[in-house]
Design a protein. Structure first.
Length: 413
């Protein structure tokens, strides 16, 4: 039965009939320190030359019994063998080697840069051989940012290696737990099969003695057949899990590995120890390295906008013979104006601007008035308020999409 602990870096696996749940927690939380602990014990067991000389000169003493191997030593050896043969580990180690070469290349950028060119002399048909040596004096922090990014990439590659080792250990231990569970089920079914066989033999003897019936014997035989079928399926599952474990280890799995976690088990880690190991887990360290790498890229983009100052030494031979020593001031935008956008940190998105309020009635009214004034007015005739002319009409030209107001001004004719 596999249960997930609230702590994401700890996985607890409990196998019925065994005591293996603690090892999974230790493998998940202390995997990064399991191998150095073995190395420290081994180095502590080797005496120093001075200590060896003092022991040789001292009188003989009774032999001291070496301490017994710690719990899970067989499983540690099994995991070390698997880590040495897995392709993912080799890929992570190759990434570390490439990152180290990147640091070396970043350091060489601080030194002089030699170059050789062959140029056509102006006004002649002869060529000039130019040898240049340029030493950067000021780069705006670009070289330092390149070196910092290379070191951050190395740290990230190292954390990727630790994360790959941890994931491989968890997969191997999970497969081993499935194999041990299948083995325990096979052993239980074998014991159950022996019990059913004894029961069937007893019923047959009772049937021969005339005490039991044929129905009892048939029922016992059917139960034995069912147990045999379950046993065959369990053995097939055990073989499958064992082959998976051998494939992950890249070697043959011995049957004695099933008892690798037998014996007295250590106490489970405390909660604060688990939390501390979570903070130091490879996944979190890799995320921090990615953040630092992004900061280095931002620093490189900002430094690319600053001018550079270099010391140049030139030696010309061929059509002209000359030597020059001077300072080179160089400034420019690499990639056009895209460097400005790359060097600007992006913050949270600003809220959209509120659109301006419009008054379509006023605009329509002004348009209507302009159309009314622009239209040629007919002959006007003033009318008295007491006797309006019968043929008075309004000279109104509404614009498209607007209704004519009831009190719109017009011309009375």
């Amino acid at each position: 039965m596999l249960t997930q602990n609230p702590c994401p870096a700890t996985t607890w696996i409990h196998i019925p009939g065994s005591k293996t749940w603690r090892y999974i927690a230790i493998a998940a939380t202390l995997s990064a320190t399991a191998v150095p602990a073995i190395a420290d014990d081994a180095s502590a067991a080797i005496p120093a030359p001075e200590a060896a000389a003092s022991v040789a000169s001292a009188p003989s003493q009774p032999a001291v019994t070496p301490p017994a191997s710690h719990w899970g030593a067989a499983m540690d050896d099994f995991l070390l063998t698997a880590l040495a043969e897995d392709p993912s580990i080799e890929r992570a180690r190759a990434s570390i080697t490439a990152a180290e070469d990147g640091i070396t290349a970043a350091k060489w950028q601080f030194g002089p840069s030699p170059s050789i060119s062959r140029e056509l002399a102006g006004g002649t048909h002869r060529y000039v051989n130019v040898v240049r040596v340029q030493q950067p004096l000021f780069s705006g922090g670009l070289l330092t940012a390149n070196l910092s990014a290379a070191r951050t990439a190395l740290r990230g590659s190292q954390q990727e290696l630790l994360a790959a080792q941890l994931q491989l250990k968890l997969r191997i231990v999970q497969t081993w737990a499935d194999w041990a569970k299948a083995r325990g089920r096979v052993q239980a079914l074998e014991t159950l099969q022996d019990s059913h066989r004894q029961l069937l033999d007893m019923i047959r003897r009772r049937h021969q003695a005339g005490v039991a019936t044929n129905a009892d014997a048939a029922l016992a035989a059917s139960r034995e057949s069912a147990v045999q079928a379950e046993l065959a399926q369990a053995r097939l599952e055990e073989g499958l899990q064992r082959d998976r474990l051998a494939l992950q280890r890249q070697a043959v799995v011995e049957p004695s590995l099933g008892a690798a976690l037998d014996g007295a088990q250590p106490a489970p880690p405390e909660l604060h120890e688990v939390l501390d190991h979570i903070q130091l887990s490879p996944e979190i360290a890799l995320a921090r390295a990615n953040v630092d790498l992004a900061r280095d890229e931002l620093a490189k983009a900002k430094a690319a906008l600053l001018p550079t100052i270099s010391l140049r030494l030139e030696h010309q031979s061929g059509a002209y013979r000359d030597q020059r020593v001077g300072l080179v001031f160089q400034a420019g935008l690499q990639g056009g104006l895209s460097g400005l956008a790359a060097s600007t940190p992006r913050g949270p998105a600003s809220p959209p601007r509120r659109p301006r309020s419009t008054r379509p009635n006023r605009i329509s009214w002004a348009t209507t008035s302009w159309n009314t004034r622009a239209s040629p007015p007919p002959a006007r005739r003033c009318a008295t308020p007491s006797s309006p002319p019968p043929q008075a009409k309004r000279c109104w030209r509404p614009t498209a999409g607007n209704s004519t107001p009831a009190n719109a001004p017009g011309w009375t004719c």
